[in-house]
Design a protein around this ligand. Structure first.
Ligand SMILES: [Zn+2]
Length: 232
C-alpha cells in the first residue's frame, strides 16, 4: 500500500508473513531536527518538502502501528531521502544489495555520494546483504526477498552503485517501484539529464511499462498530485 508522501518520496508499507515490511523510509525525525547541509543543497534540486508530520514513523503511527511493528526495511538505495528514517525504526532488519552497502561505507567517488549520511545506520541495525544469483523477475535480473507476498529486489545500478528497484506482488498484480532509476512519468526531463542523474535504465523501464500494462510501475519521486491520488 503506497503511503501518501506529499513531499514526493515513495515509501511502501507491506503486511507480510513476517510482520510489516517498509520499502524505503524517506527522511527521518532526526533529519528535521538537525537538517544536514546536504539536504539543504538537495532541496534546491528536488521537490522534497520537509514536513515532520510526513515521516514514515508518523505515518505508520497514524495507521495504528508502533515503530517495533516494522520488522524489516528494504532499501532501494541509501541516499538520505530513502533511508534517513532508519533510526526511527531501530529494531528493523535492513535488506539491501551488497553493492549499495559497499558504496555507502566506501570512499566518496562522485558528488551524489554526498547524499550518503553515515549516522543513518549509527544504531547498528541487523543487515542482510544480497548478491545477484542469476534469477529473473520478468526479464530483469532479480533477487527474491524472503517474504510473502512475493517480493523481488531488481538491480538497476547507475543512480548509485547498488541501486535497486523493488517489485511486490499484490492482489491486483505487480507493483514495481523503480525508485530513482527512471523518470518514467516525466516527459519533460531531457534524456541526457536522466542518464546523468538516474542512470541508464529509463528507456528500458518505459518500454517495460508499455509492454506490461498489468504491472504498476512507479518511481520514487512522483509528482505530488500522484501521491494525493494514491492516499488511502
Ligand atoms: Zn537517490
Amino acid at each position: 500500500m503506497p503511503s501518501n508522501w506529499r513531499s514526493g518520496a515513495l515509501c511502501l508499507l507491506i503486511e507480510t508473513s513476517d510482520g510489516l515490511v517498509l520499502v524505503d523510509t524517506g527522511p527521518g525525525q532526526e533529519d528535521y531536527l538537525h537538517k544536514p547541509g546536504i539536504i539543504r543543497v538537495f532541496q534546491l534540486v528536488t521537490k522534497v518538502i520537509l514536513d515532520p508530520d510526513e515521516t514514515a514513523l508518523r505515518q505508520v503511527a497514524r495507521l495504528g502501528y508502533r515503530s517495533e511493528d516494522v520488522r524489516h526495511i528494504v532499501l532501494t538505495h541509501m541516499h538520505f531521502d530513502h533511508c534517513g528514517g532508519l533510526p526511527d525504526f531501530p529494531l528493523a532488519k535492513l535488506h539491501l544489495h551488497r553493492k549499495e552497502y559497499d558504496a555507502f561505507m566506501g570512499p566518496l567517488r562522485r558528488w551524489t555520494d554526498l547524499a550518503y549520511i553515515r549516522r543513518h545506520i549509527a544504531h547498528a541495525p541487523d543487515i542482510a546483504l544480497y548478491d545477484d544469483a542469476g534469477e529473473k523477475w520478468y526479464d530483469f535480473n532479480a533477487i527474491r526477498l524472503p517474504f510473502t507476498p512475493e517480493m523481488w529486489l531488481v538491480p538497476l545500478h547507475g543512480h548509485t552503485r547498488g541501486h535497486c528497484g523493488v517489485a511486490v506482488k499484490q492482489e491486483y498484480g505487480w507493483f514495481f517501484n523503480a525508485a530513482d532509476a527512471g523518470a518514467v512519468y516525466n516527459n519533460e526531463t531531457p534524456a541526457w539529464l536522466i542518464k546523468l542523474v538516474l542512470g541508464p535504465h529509463d528507456e528500458r523501464l518505459r518500454r517495460f511499462m508499455r509492454d506490461h500494462p498489468e504491472v504498476r510501475l512507479v518511481n520514487s519521486h512522483m509528482a505530488p498530485e500522484w501521491f494525493e491520488q494514491m492516499s488511502p
